[in-house]
Design a protein around this ligand. Structure first.
Ligand SMILES: NC(=O)C1=CN([C@@H]2O[C@H](COP(=O)(O)OP(=O)(O)OC[C@H]3O[C@@H](n4cnc5c(N)ncnc54)[C@H](OP(=O)(O)O)[C@@H]3O)[C@@H](O)[C@H]2O)C=CC1
Ligand SMILES: O=C(O)C1=N[C@H](C(=O)O)C[C@H](O)C1
Length: 264
């Protein structure tokens, strides 16, 4: 069965890869590509913008095309619009945008009462697998004598607008839940004093064109374990999101994550 998809933020870095890879997938049909009307590429063919030649799908704000799923990699305002579009169209929603405010998150949760929603800060297989591994480590180390200090480092391209990454925050949340940690800090400066155990620190690095890298450190007295997961390009996120769209289309309403999609 072919899944008809719409892509929101289609002229962006991720949007272009979704257009290119979605077009190669015989089980998918790209029927709509959304951008906001002020975008410099608005009205242009989405395939040309993505560098794959004409697709006959133009960057628009509205469409009469019917779609089974909408994939959103945009900005918070764009994500808000994507939720409304999905609910109006009774389509599945794949929500990938990070840096959302509580009002956007509440809207996504509310939408999941009426449509299927896959929502994840990273659509990458290896990132989601690393999250599982970190949960195992956190469970094993939570009561270790001397304590285990958890620090989450992330590196992304200089254009990234939110910080720390949604993925870093999710790593912290999952580990904190396992270890009973309640304090979170962002970097350190001055003289903060000895590190308390009940704390996870995030460190966000922004350089060049890095498509995404996360290192999770569990530091003990006498030994350290670190897990690093690194993207070589954006296709790991795009293929995951396309897989999520196929998974969600036709599912019953509810909130799903990439573990559901990937069977992790
Ligand atoms: N979950 C995951 O696996 C991943 C999530 N992400 C997240 O996806 C988001 C997008 O990343 P990326 O593609 O690198 O960012 P880009 O800025 O390259 O792309 C976002 C696109 O959305 C456009 N846009 C802005 N406002 C709207 C709107 N109201 N409606 C529709 N489109 C709009 C932007 O236009 P303009 O450039 O003019 O602002 C741009 O074309 C980020 O939040 C990022 O963190 C990224 C990779 C993986
Ligand atoms: O903006 C990006 O590029 C990425 N954003 C996501 C995040 O904030 O976690 C996922 C990925 O790391 C790439």
């Amino acid at each position: 069965m072919v899944t008809r998809i719409a892509i929101n933020g289609a002229a962006g870095r991720m949007g272009q890869r979704l257009v290119a890879l979605g077009n190669e997938d015989k089980d998918l049909d790209i029927v709509a590509c959304f951008e906001y009307s002020g975008h410099p590429k608005f009205g242009q063919d989405a395939g040309i913008v993505a560098g794959i030649g004409e697709l006959d799908v133009v960057l628009v704000e509205e469409t009469t095309a019917q779609y089974d799923a909408i994939i959103d990699f945009s900005v918070p305002a764009g994500a808000h619009a994507a939720v409304e579009r999905a609910v109006d169209a009774k389509a599945a929603l794949v929500m990938a945008t990070t840096g959302l405010e509580e009002e956007h998150k509440a809207k996504i949760r509310e939408a999941a009462n009426v449509i299927p929603v896959v929502w994840a800060p990273s659509m990458s297989t290896t990132v989601n697998l690393t999250m599982k591994l970190c949960e195992i480590a956190a469970e094993a180390l939570k009561d270790i004598p001397g304590g285990a200090d958890v620090e989450v480092l992330e590196r992304h391209h200089r254009f990234k607008e939110d910080s720390p990454s949604g993925t870093a925050l999710r790593f912290g949340e999952l580990i904190a839940n396992k270890m009973g940690i309640t304090n979170f800090v962002h970097g350190r400066e001055g003289r903060p004093g000895a590190r308390p155990h009940n704390e996870i620190a995030y460190h966000a690095i922004r350089t060049g064109d890095n498509p995404g890298e996360h290192t999770i450190i569990f530091g003990l007295l006498g030994e350290t374990i670190e897990m690093t997961v690194r993207a070589s390009n954006r296709d790991c996120y795009a293929t995951g999101a396309l897989q999520a769209a196929k998974f969600a289309a036709g599912k019953k309403p509810g909130l799903y994550n990439m573990n559901d999609v990937l069977g992790l």
